[in-house]
Design a protein. Structure first.
Length: 251
């Protein structure tokens, strides 16, 4: 079972996507040149499906020592608040999207037999504050697109079209990688989880666990927390949006 370690190089043999989100990072779980049968790269971690124009929300800030008043007019004009809030919190709000690239160094195929969103904690939503605005991802499209509803009794990785997951298995070879984009959502919970990729090779079965720098992914419903948006007028740099108290449908 692989452990996630940070990989901060801006250049390398793999292209990666840049979004407007504070969670931008490139992570390597296992060196693809190693003898392990399966390795993964968490290419981008974000708040909304990539390449789609919807709202982008900041992390949920629950530390009472961190207030919206700590942000300045410059933060609103040049959204450095994303970087700041990313240092203050690692809890995504409403949606959480990841792109995960899998590959193998083996000469014989490796078959992904299941992808399991393994829940470590699911409780009432956290309460705090966040900022949201229109935004969109840029870059290449994921090969496989799936969603996870953490409000379901038994959440599963649900592929959006038969072409993406009709067989329920995915085969990797030295010359063929798989790229997954998985978007998780919740309106009723706070969730901590990891993704377990179950696989088989000619000689063994195993599980590759993908997490966030050794910690679980974290997601909370934004309902019940205070929502703000950047303001361009002469008033406060961020304005309270009261209608978001029952959930964001758009910005």
């Amino acid at each position: 079972m692989a452990t996630v370690i940070a990989f901060f190089a801006a250049l390398g043999t793999y292209a990666f996507t840049v979004t407007r989100d504070t969670f931008e990072r490139t992570i390597i779980i296992e060196d693809p040149r190693s003898a392990e049968p399966l390795s993964a790269r968490l290419l981008v971690e974000g708040q909304r499906p990539f390449g789609t124009k919807f709202f982008v929300s900041s992390p949920l800030v629950i530390d009472p020592a961190r207030m919206i008043d700590d942000l300045t007019r410059e933060d609103a004009i040049y959204p450095t608040y994303r970087e700041k809030l990313g240092r203050w919190s690692d809890i995504a709000t409403a949606f959480h999207a990841v792109r995960i690239e899998l590959r193998t160094p083996l000469a014989t195929p490796v078959v992904i037999t299941d992808i399991v969103p393994r829940i470590l904690e699911r409780t009432e939503p956290k309460q705090g504050w966040y900022i949201a605005e229109f935004g969109c991802g840029v870059g290449f499209a994921a090969i496989r697109t799936a969603a996870v509803d953490f409000d379901a009794d038994e959440p599963v990785v649900d592929f959006s079209s038969p072409a993406d997951g009709e067989s329920g298995t995915f085969t990797l070879t030295e010359d063929h990688v798989e790229l997954f984009e998985i978007t998780a959502s919740t309106r009723d919970h706070y969730v901590e989880w990891v993704y377990d990729f179950h696989y088989t090779t000619r000689d063994e079965t195993g599980i590759l666990t993908v997490d966030r720098l050794g910690t679980p992914f974290k997601l909370s419903s934004e309902i019940g927390s205070r929502g703000f948006r950047p303001s361009v007028d002469d008033g406060p740099p961020f304005r309270r949006v009261f209608q978001w108290d029952t959930g964001i449908d758009g910005c």
